[in-house]
Design a binder for this molecule. Structure first.
Ligand SMILES: [Fe+2]
Ligand SMILES: [Fe+2]
Length: 321
């Protein structure tokens, strides 16, 4: 399949507005292609799919990430309990989860699939994506160290007693890193930030990020700070499409579907959804990843998007946000 067609097929876009965003990376297409080539190569030597339904290599990867994300849910829940009531955390549950992650996630998925087959193919393909595997491998190594720590601390009857806060921090950092890591590997999203400039025409990604980090909730901002190579578009009014380059960018990247996240639900998100819909983009919105000012209007807006614009209401985690 040609790269552009692949892109059209696989790219899904998340758009955060107000302080807005569209997700999905074209360099993901390289990972997609590499995964598919490796799958084709592997299946010519083995007949492992003979009994089951045929799935694409990308689906394979995403399904495996789906399994691993369940382990992350355990870690997130455990981190919260370790901080509020450590005695309620059964160390054997964390021990079993870490063992699953080690055996399935690290020894098989990362080492035997990604590092052996997919990453070398991405490097061979060259281009801007060729540097991505090094970052991903560094994250694998860091993840391995954290798993070592979790296994060590939760071993034995006493488990994590006395280590509650460091263990909670280790679990949180693992989840944060792995979510972003798997989203990059899933390769089906292009992330684009679309932000208001609040009348400051010298505003850019760095300046707006600094402003947000200096606000009342830097903890909420840190995980979504744009990377240097993330597209970042300035908007002046509510809609992400109004006199911006967003439509041109999405058409160039072959994007057909956008998922909106950000704020404000009953303003920028709603108007961006309508502008996307009238431009024949397939529109989705993640209710748990948008914020409102007026709850009654936000509820009505979500209904309007769903009913009038055929927007799909999706879970943010399903969209690999
Ligand atoms: Fe990985
Ligand atoms: Fe992975």
């Amino acid at each position: 399949m040609h790269g552009a067609t692949l892109r059209r097929h696989f790219l899904r876009v998340l758009a955060m507005t107000g302080t807005g965003l569209v997700f999905g990376r074209w360099n993901g297409a390289h990972l997609v292609q590499a995964a598919q080539q490796e799958k084709t190569r592997a299946s010519s030597h083995e007949d492992e799919d003979a009994k089951g339904e045929e799935v694409t290599a990308v689906e394979d990867l995403m399904r495996e990430h789906g399994v691993l994300r369940r382990a992350l849910l355990v870690y997130t829940a455990a981190a919260g309990k370790l901080r509020s009531d450590p005695a309620t955390v059964a160390p054997e549950v964390l021990q079993k989860t870490a063992k699953l992650f080690r055996a399935f996630g690290e020894e098989y998925h990362e080492k035997k699939l990604e590092e052996t087959h997919i990453f070398p193919a991405v490097k061979r393909a060259g281009g801007p994506a060729a540097s991505l595997p090094d970052i991903l491998i560094t994250q694998h190594q860091r993840g391995w160290e954290i798993t070592d720590y979790i296994l060590a601390v939760t071993q034995g009857a006493k488990g994590g007693a006395g280590n509650a806060e460091p263990l909670a921090q280790a679990l949180d950092s693992f989840v944060l890193m792995y979510r972003q890591h798997a989203a990059r590997e899933d390769t089906n999203t292009l992330l684009v930030y679309v932000n208001d400039c609040f009348g400051d025409w010298s505003a850019n990604a760095g300046k707006l990020t600094d402003h947000a980090l200096a606000g009342r909730a830097p903890d909420a901002v840190e995980p979504i700070v744009p990377r240097e190579d993330d597209p970042f578009v300035i908007k002046a009014r509510h809609s992400i499409f109004y006199q911006t380059q967003v439509e041109y960018l999405l058409r160039q990247e072959g994007v057909g579907r956008i998922t909106l996240i950000g704020q404000v639900t009953e303003q920028c998100v709603l108007y961006s959804a309508l502008d996307g819909y009238v431009r024949h983009f397939e529109v989705a919105v993640a209710p748990e990843a948008v914020a409102h000012i007026r709850e009654d209007l936000a509820e009505a807006s979500l209904r309007m998007m769903e009913t009038n614009m055929h927007a799909e209401l999706v879970s943010a985690s399903r969209s690999a946000v």
